[in-house]
Design a protein around this ligand. Structure first.
Ligand code: KIV
Length: 263
């Protein structure tokens, strides 16, 4: 059965759940095959697969292209498209138009936007027009120029109070779930207890209702630095490198293709 935003919301207090990012039909189908209920086409794709330094350059066209691919690979999971930088910030009209493109053109089931109380009106407009919204507060990578780095958020009591207010505002506005990125575990748990919608933590501790990880990080594909909160469930980079090197060597030495691989 296909997951809906309503079914994800109803998991609150009933079942903890895992979510992962996916960037194409292949990763989408792998995540779906693991019976993970929510797949996020994160704008992290800018850094993980498109080679950008940050998520800021990611365009609507790139997100539409990758979201369509993920949607083609997924049968059951809810497909959430991340709205890229400046696709929703300038105006509610622009946000509605772009979010609508994810649903109509790319086959997404919902969209994610970064920001708390500031986004209340926008979330209400999207939800009111039939587009489910996943909120995202704490470390919000699209604000990296303003925040000055990928740092843990909500460490002071004032910041923690503001994040709690943001979380309540996002829930009030109608989001079906909320990503909490890089906040102290105690704050993650406090916000989770205060909300009626599921919190999806990434570096926000075990007290959240769900967890999300970037698929290339948890599979160890890139061979690059991963944040402390990432657990590598596989270390594929050396495995892939070894396979590629073996192939190169066998071609150079005339070992591949052998009779077995020849018509
Ligand atoms: O872009 C992304 O992958 C994300 C997750 C890390 C939550 O926003």
């Amino acid at each position: 059965m296909k997951w809906t935003a309503g079914r994800i919301k109803a998991l609150k207090g009933v079942q903890k759940f895992a979510t992962l990012t996916a960037y194409d039909a292949l990763t989408g189908s792998l995540v779906d095959g693991a019976e993970i209920p929510l797949v996020l086409v994160g704008d992290s794709l800018g850094m993980t697969v498109l080679g950008y330094e940050t998520t800021l350059p990611v365009s609507m066209d790139e997100m539409l292209h990758h979201t369509s691919a993920v949607a083609r690979g997924v049968e059951h999971a809810l497909v959430v498209a991340d709205m890229p930088f400046m696709s929703y910030q300038p105006s509610t009209e622009m946000a509605l138009e772009n979010a609508g493109r994810f649903i109509k053109e790319a086959g997404a089931d919902a969209v994610k936007i970064e920001g708390g109380a500031l986004r209340t009106e926008l979330i209400e407009a999207l939800v009111g027009n039939g587009i489910p919204v996943l909120g995202h507060i704490g470390l919000t990578p699209q604000s990296i120029k303003e925040t000055g780095g990928y740092k843990v958020q909500g460490k002071t009591s004032e910041q923690a109070r503001r994040l709690m207010d943001d979380a309540m505002a996002v829930e009030q506005a109608g989001a079906f779930a909320l990503v909490l990125e890089c906040v102290p575990a105690e704050l993650g748990e406090l916000i989770t207890k205060a909300l009626k919608i599921p919190t999806i933590g990434i570096g926000a501790g075990a007290g959240c209702d769900a967890q999300v990880l970037v698929i290339t990080d948890m599979l160890g594909i890139s061979g690059k630095f991963v944040p402390k909160f990432v657990k590598k469930y596989a270390d594929l980079n050396p495995v892939i490198q070894a396979a590629l090197s073996a192939y190169k060597q066998e071609v150079e030495e005339g070992i591949y293709p052998s009779g077995e691989h020849t018509y």
